[in-house]
Design a protein around this ligand. Structure first.
Ligand SMILES: [Zn+2]
Length: 284
């Protein structure tokens, strides 16, 4: 199956109250683990790729790996630019084969964010590519982007609704109290904001910073209207912990397959659990 836009599964997710996971791809082992888990759970999913990950893997390798996963699995898979910073980056990704892009204009003024997002939507939709927008700033650290809690502003529902109406995005990330990276304490998720926005726009709300959010809060946010949840940090932690364990046990290991295999297996378990928690199993 070719890579698909998020519109292949997000409308169904919103209507049937489940969420599709965006699992970030950082290398080949991440891609293999995510795909293996989704095949086992018969789930659609989204490969999220940040600009930093594209720099690390190379644009051509990234697209080739995602296409191979879609061909091999037969699952509906979207290849999605995560936190795209400019129109140019979004277009480069689409030309290379991405089926979905996020344009993150949240650091611009509200009016500029609308104007810039609209430009991306117009070009992307002409090519059958879905677009995610962002409103309000999500705290934490992702790649080179760092937003401290003080500057992480919650989205205002009336602005979110106007943002949707003017831009026509296919999914809308709004700052509701989650943060990128791992939490030290428990996040205070504003379910009322999710509910108010989701009830007034036809597309799902996106939850960024899903790593470390308690399962109950995830379920509650999906009931409130979240249809896409981003997971990256938990896979990074599982991967690195597995590698650390192998290396700590045996200082003589030199074959990367000896530590990357357990790392990959650990990520398969994380992704399978998330898919079941999000309710997207058996939805492919
Ligand atoms: Zn994010």
């Amino acid at each position: 199956m070719p890579l698909v836009s998020m519109n292949e599964f997000l409308p169904k997710a919103k209507a049937n109250k489940f969420a599709v996971g965006q699992f970030n791809m950082n290398n080949l082992e991440f891609a293999q683990a995510i795909t293996e888990a989704a095949i086992a759970e018969k789930s659609p999913f989204i490969f999220g790729v940040s600009e930093g990950a594209i720099k690390y893997m190379g644009l051509e390798y990234t697209v080739a790996i995602a296409k191979a996963a879609a061909d091999k699995s037969g699952l509906p898979i979207a290849l999605h630019l995560d936190h795209g910073s400019t129109f140019e980056v979004a277009m480069q990704c689409i030309r290379a084969g991405f089926s979905s892009v996020m344009f993150d204009g949240s650091h611009h003024s509200f009016e500029d964010n609308i104007r810039l997002t609209k430009e991306v939507v117009r070009a992307a939709h002409a090519m059958g590519v879905s677009v995610e927008g962002e409103l309000g700033t999500i705290g934490g650290v992702e790649d080179d982007i760092s937003v401290d809690a003080e500057h992480a502003n919650l989205a205002k529902p009336e602005e979110a609704i106007r943002f949707y109406e003017e831009t026509g995005v296919d999914a809308l990330a709004i700052a509701v109290g989650t943060a990128h990276g791992m939490y030290s304490g428990e996040p205070n998720i504003h379910f009322d904001i999710i509910e108010e926005v989701a009830s007034k726009i036809p597309v799902p709300v996106v939850l960024h910073g899903g790593s470390g959010v308690p399962d109950d809060a995830i379920r509650k946010s999906i009931q409130a209207g979240v249809g896409k949840i981003n997971v990256n940090t938990e896979n990074q932690v599982a991967c690195t912990n597995a590698i650390r364990e192998v290396l700590a046990k045996d200082a003589k290991v030199y074959d990367p397959r000896k530590y990357l295999t357990p790392a990959r297996n650990a990520m398969v378990e994380v992704v399978r659990e998330k898919i079941r928690l999000f309710g997207s199993n058996n939805q492919a």
